[in-house]
Design a protein around this ligand. Structure first.
Ligand SMILES: *Cc1c(COP(=O)(O)O)cnc(C)c1O
Length: 838
């Protein structure tokens, strides 16, 4: 196809380069790398950033290149390939073309797409960025919204005495791979919103991520007061006041932007509670469009909203004093939503009548969503516990939080060596479909192929570590590094990787629990290990920073020289180097505080193995055939004795199982047992913990049902939503009248007769369901059987329900309960009433 295309003119080719450099697909597909290298080899090698390379290259050199037919031909081909890709059939197009799902709006405070767009801190941004890329691969129609931080998250340097320095380089939007969002007339698009009384202007920038689009908002419009201009300066800096204004910008200005640009999303996906105001503003847009009140509009918006929660501790939820909400939102709530401020405040509270309760963004997110999920199986269970206060008297198991375990965008994290291996085994389209048969193709690979690839990747890694290290040494500020020699890691030594945010719950010091024992492991004469570390501690987290200092002091011990490297400024580029090269990835969070964790997933495709606490994703991924586990799968709080025991267990594992497995070589020099684990880990876990699987799960199990429910409520000017509001009001008023008058269970075993009489008061009989309930045995599901209505109301005003059934448990295990029932509405999410037999 490309050969038929006419070669572009110099001017058109220059334009084409701009188009290509603005498509962040280059962050995971390297087909255009040679073009950029030709434009400016030095800048390219240093940044790997096409946009910077294109914009800072010498104009004369570029002009000379554009004068060469061969170069123009290459640009022409690259542009044609891009266009062709956009028209290729996709998984979504094939499977869901006729579905009601046409657009998903995805909201997140941070996105980790490339270090060329440094607007992320860690895991949350990783999930958002990798899902956006997978949505592009699969053709799932996502439009994403975030904030453009002028300084992003802090960058790290280390002083000579091992202290962390936080730096805030400026992100000049014109040097980032973004374009300003303009109106149809070509003017800068301004989104007016209110912080309190004052109107302010929000600007927007567009990032292209393959088929997907990401809009980034910022408040740094010179027309705004200085305090407002700084709202989008730093990610996770500042106080509650700043955080609230960021969340208002993200949610309210974000949804308004989509509306102004003509998007009509069926589904809104809130990646963490930060973005929950988006659903509120979505309701406001519906109010205007349909001329309906806020509550009815919210009932419509809610059906099409999904909330993904990411924290495992209550302290992870953003909470604001009610007064602060009043300061910034009273005007919006009273004038635009046309409701009293208290009505909004109630949406952010567990108990709507407790006026002292702070405004909790996670509670708000629950109250504006039609579905909720955690990010691993274990985290789903933990979240049900955290959200239980919102569903009083419901069993914790039935708190409406499901889970979709996270995954990573495999093409972003694989090494060149791994990419080659997988392409040969499974073809170049392997991450763009359903991944069927992938595991078997990897299982068919022989030991030698796998081991050779692993050794090549390790050698490349060691080279990159030394090069990165040497390059950073050159920067005078980085004296922490400058005072250390360039590390001489060895290509044959078992290589461990350990990198994370230095937050206490991650226990970044567990491996350092007994420094002498660790030193002996590293410098073992026959079975040595080498360790590459990286990590940042939040500038306000002094305890975390002290741990970095401890690690650096350890790294200077003469007996571990050449066996340990601390790489500064843990970012996406450093993470890529690490996960591609290491043999073993170590993760030591305190269960159950790692909601999912993703860094360990990044080593899978590369043939790295995991040694991790049974927490987050590893609690469901671990099996002895694929890696090693720490901990007993239970929770122990912050018990120091448990930390000691787990550290000891980790050293013992490393010493007596892991190192021996790595160094036990067969006649061909291959560690067969190690390679066996690699093969099974790659085959079984890579597809499962991929963003490809995640995005397909979200699409099939959340987005599609949400879109259907949303359209049902939107139809006829929102009639169904109007009826739901009336139904909810009626239940709220009349529920206290409901009484379970009598329950009898009679008859022989296997033929039990259950009879229930209810006094319904003013509740319509079809608004409730009567159930026979028994608590779960072990971890199984509870037993829930519907008891259908029998006779209508009899002369005593009672309604009767009867059931004849074989119960498989003793009658005493069962209890009767009554819950709201209505088709097309989520119970207990949208009506939390429940009455139990006493
Ligand atoms: C993957 C990644 C994370 C998230 O890792 P976890 O420790 O598993 O939460 C954080 N930061 C960077 C730079 C990453 O690449």
């Amino acid at each position: 196809m490309a050969s038929d295309t006419r070669t572009l003119t110099a001017r058109a080719a220059e334009h084409a380069l701009t188009t290509l450099a603005l498509d962040l697909r280059w962050s995971w597909n390297h087909a255009t790398d040679p073009l950029w290298r030709q434009i400016d080899p030095e800048c390219w090698d240093r940044t790997r950033n096409p946009w910077t390379t294109l914009n800072t290259a010498s104009r004369a050199h570029l002009k000379m290149l554009l004068g060469k037919p061969a170069f123009r031909r290459a640009v022409t081909d690259a542009l044609a390939a891009q266009a062709e890709r956009l028209h290729q059939p996709t998984w979504f197009g094939r499977k869901h073309d006729a579905s009601p799902l046409s657009c998903i709006a995805y909201f997140s405070m941070e996105y980790m797409l490339s270090e060329a767009l440094p607007i992320y801190s860690g895991g949350l941004g990783n999930v958002a960025g990798d899902q956006l890329k997978a949505a592009s691969d699969l053709g799932v129609p996502v439009v994403a919204v975030g904030l453009l931080f002028a300084q992003g998250y802090f960058r790290q340097e280390l002083t000579s005495d091992g202290r962390q320095q936080a730096l805030y380089p400026f992100n000049d939007p014109s040097l980032l791979p973004l374009s300003p969002v303009l109106t149809e007339e070509g003017d800068v698009l301004r989104i007016p919103i209110h912080f309190g009384q004052g109107p302010i202007w929000v600007r927007a920038w567009k990032a292209v991520v393959g088929r997907a689009t990401l809009y980034l908002l910022d408040t740094n419009d010179p027309a705004n007061p200085p305090g407002v201009r700084c709202v989008t300066t730093q990610l996770y800096g500042g106080d509650a006041d700043l955080r609230l204004r960021q969340e208002i910008t993200l949610g309210i200005a974000g949804w308004r932007l989509l509306d102004q640009l003509g998007y009509q999303p069926d589904v809104c996906h809130l990646n963490e509670g930060h973005a929950a105001f988006a659903a509120v503003e979505r309701a406001r847009c519906l109010m205007d469009r349909l001329r309906i009140p806020f509550r009815q509009a919210l009932v419509i918006a809610r059906a099409g909203t999904l909330f993904t929660t990411h924290t495992a501790v209550p302290a992870g939820f953003d909470r604001f004093p009610p007064g602060l909400i009043g300061t910034y939102l009273a005007h919006y709530v009273e004038k635009r939503l046309d409701i009293p401020l208290d009505t909004l405040l109630a949406l952010g509270r567990a108990d709507p009548n407790d006026h002292g309760e702070p405004f909790n963004m996670a509670w708000l997110a629950i109250h504006v969503s039609g579905a909720v999920n955690g990010v691993s199986r274990l985290h789903g269970a933990v979240s049900r516990r955290l959200f239980a206060p919102l569903f009083p008297r419901w069993p914790e198991r039935e708190v409406p939080v499901g889970h979709v375990t996270n995954g990573v965008h495999t093409p972003t994290w694989d090494s060149i060596e791994a990419d080659t291996l997988w392409t040969e085994a499974a073809g170049s389209e392997r991450w763009r479909g359903t991944q069927e048969g992938l595991a078997d193709r990897i299982r068919a690979l022989d030991d030698r192929t796998l081991w050779t690839t692993r050794c090549q990747a390790r050698a490349a890694f060691i080279h990159k570590v030394a090069a990165t290290y040497a390059e950073r040494q050159g920067f005078s500020g980085d004296v922490g590094l400058a005072s250390l020699p360039v590390p001489a890691l060895s290509p044959d030594v078992l290589t461990l990787g350990f990198a994370r945010r230095f937050a206490t719950y991650k226990r970044p010091d567990l491996l350092l629990h007994d420094p002498d024992r660790l030193a002996r492991l590293l410098s073992h004469p026959e079975q040595p290990m080498q360790l590459v570390l990286a990590g940042k501690a939040h500038p306000a987290d002094l305890a975390g920073q002290a741990l970095i200092t401890r690690w650096l002091a350890f790294a200077r011990r003469p007996d571990v020289r050449g066996r340990i490297v601390f790489m500064t400024d843990y970012d996406m580029a450093v993470a890529q180097i690490l996960v591609q090269g290491v043999d073993l990835w170590i993760n030591t969070p305190r269960r159950p505080w790692e909601a999912s964790g993703t860094s360990g997933m990044k080593v899978l495709v590369n043939g790295g193995l995991n040694l991790s606490e049974l927490d987050g994703w590893w609690a469901e991924a671990y099996a002895p055939e694929v890696g090693w586990a720490l901990g007993d799968g239970r929770e122990h709080g912050e018990d120091p004795a448990v930390d000691t025991a787990e550290a000891e267990a980790m050293y013992t594992l490393l010493e007596s199982e892991i190192a021996p497995a790595f160094y036990a070589r067969d006649g061909q020099g291959i560690p067969a047992a190690w390679v066996g684990r690699m093969r099974e880990s790659m085959a079984r876990l890579t597809p499962l913990f991929s963003a490809n699987r995640v995005v397909r799960d979200y699409t099939d199990h959340f987005y599609l049902p949400a879109a259907t429910r949303y359209h049902a409520r939107l139809a006829d000017g929102g009639q169904a939503a109007h009826d739901i509001v009336q139904w909810q009001d009626r239940l709220d008023t009349a529920w206290p009248e409901l009484r379970i008058a009598s329950v009898t269970i009679s008859g022989p075993e296997g033929q039990r007769h259950v009879a229930v009489a209810l006094s319904l008061g003013h509740i319509p009989a079809d608004a409730v369901q009567v159930q026979l309930y028994a608590d779960p045995i072990d971890a199984g599901p509870p037993s829930v059987t519907v008891i259908p209505p029998g006779d209508c109301r009899d002369s005593d005003g009672l309604t009767h329900y009867t059931l004849t059934t074989g119960l498989d448990r003793p009658a005493g295990d069962y209890t009767v309960r009554v819950i709201p029932a209505r088709s097309g509405i989520a119970i207990p999410l949208e009506s939390t009433h429940i009455t139990w037999q006493r």
